[in-house]
Design a binder for this molecule. Structure first.
Ligand code: NAI
Length: 336
């Protein structure tokens, strides 16, 4: 049976990596009817809105989307499409698996951890104002509902996938109320659900130090929104960079799969971007859809291409001399 899937090409390198991912997924043998949707800076030019209502409604109707990155202006301009989409679709869990890949040389081996990030509140609630000239405030929101929900998600994830430990990163020594509530909820959920899964808490500064000293000691790492955003990029750096780390935004109704990276304006339009992070996000999407055969075929194909290490088939961020389309071609050849 075929699937109808929304695809948002996005901005910058988005259209290049989205085209590559779509070609690879189509070559895996799964039948997908793609519905292309606008969002981001490009959508403003064409439709006058960064996140058109029709885009949100289409994802609600079809329930699954593969999304390229979108540009968010710095220090002013329109608010983030990503934050808007996650809030409007209630995509409360950001899930970012970070693993060492064959042939991708880094300082570490055998990294296999998952960042689980609360995706709907914290400082990303966007509640900012200027109290008086030269004084601004940004509100960090924490609710029991969202803190419990993300902790439950993390423990469920462990049970479903045989993961052994949840480590919570927090700053409850300073943010006693907001991060304090996050920790209280995590502890309560642990008491109710751990069922053999180990539980650990680290103040986030120490957590970051431990991550760069020995990332292999981590399994599932749970944290609130802003910390999860930053730590996801840190973790990407442990295994080869932003070109190789996928992600999923999961809600009860919908799921939007996207790489951790942004629109990379510095390399956009030059066929330089590594499409692997979005392709891996596509693999997560296929597993979510129950298309585990196609997902495994794609994963085997990129593991093989990476392990073989032919520079002409790899993008520059992981030591190759090839381009976005060359890497996709190499995967498609393996799948064929
Ligand atoms: P970025 O992730 O776009 O790029 C950071 C660095 O990593 C750049 O040097 C870039 O060339 C490199 N890079 C990123 N993806 C790559 C890939 N697939 N292959 C090879 N190299 C890659 O972060 P930056 O520059 O801070 O943000 C650019 C824009 O993206 C901003 O407008 C930001 O708001 C937006 N953004 C969007 C996200 C999303 O849509 N989910 C996530 C993060 C940032």
């Amino acid at each position: 049976m075929g699937h109808t899937i929304c695809i948002i090409p996005g901005d910058g390198i988005g259209p290049e990596v989205a085209t590559a991912a779509r070609r690879v997924i189509d070559a895996s043998g799964v039948s997908i009817d793609w519905v292309e949707l606008p969002a981001g800076a490009g959508a403003v030019e064409k439709f006058g809105e960064v996140l058109p209502d029709d885009t949100v409604r289409a994802i609600e109707a079809h329930r699954v989307a593969l999304k390229g990155p979108v540009t968010t202006p710095i220090g002013g301009g329109f608010t983030s499409v990503n934050v808007g989409l996650r809030k409007r679709l209630n995509l409360y869990a950001a899930v970012r698996p970070v693993r060492s890949l064959p042939g991708v040389k880094t300082r570490y081996e055998d990294v296999d951890l998952v960042v689980v990030r609360e995706n709907t509140e914290g400082l990303y609630s966007g509640l900012e104002n200027e109290i008086t000239a030269g004084v601004v405030q940004s509100l960090k929101i924490a609710t029991r509902t969202a803190c419990e929900r993300i902790a439950r998600y993390a423990f469920n994830y462990c049970h479903e996938r045989g993961r052994k430990r949840v480590t919570v990163f927090h700053k409850a020594n300073i943010l006693k109320k907001s991060d304090g509530l996050f920790l209280t909820c995590a502890r309560e959920v642990r008491d109710a659900m751990a069922n053999g899964v180990e539980y650990e808490e680290l103040i986030i500064d120490n957590g970051c130090m431990q991550l760069v000293r020995d990332p292999t000691r981590f399994d599932v790492v749970l944290m609130e929104n802003l910390y999860g955003d930053i730590v996801s990029d840190l973790c990407a750096g442990l295994v080869g960079g932003l070109g190789v780390v996928p992600g999923a935004n999961i809600g009860d109704g919908c799921a939007v799969f996207e790489a951790v990276h942004g629109s990379a304006p510095d390399i956009a339009g030059q066929n330089l971007a590594n499409p692997l992070a979005l392709i891996m996000s596509g693999v997560m999407m296929l597993n979510h859809l129950g298309e585990t055969g196609a997902a495994t075929r794609i994963r085997d194909a990129y593991d093989a291409v990476l392990a073989e290490g032919n520079p002409a088939e790899l993008t520059r961020d992981i030591g190759g001399t090839g381009g976005t389309s060359t890497f996709a071609d190499a995967l498609i050849k393996r799948l064929g």
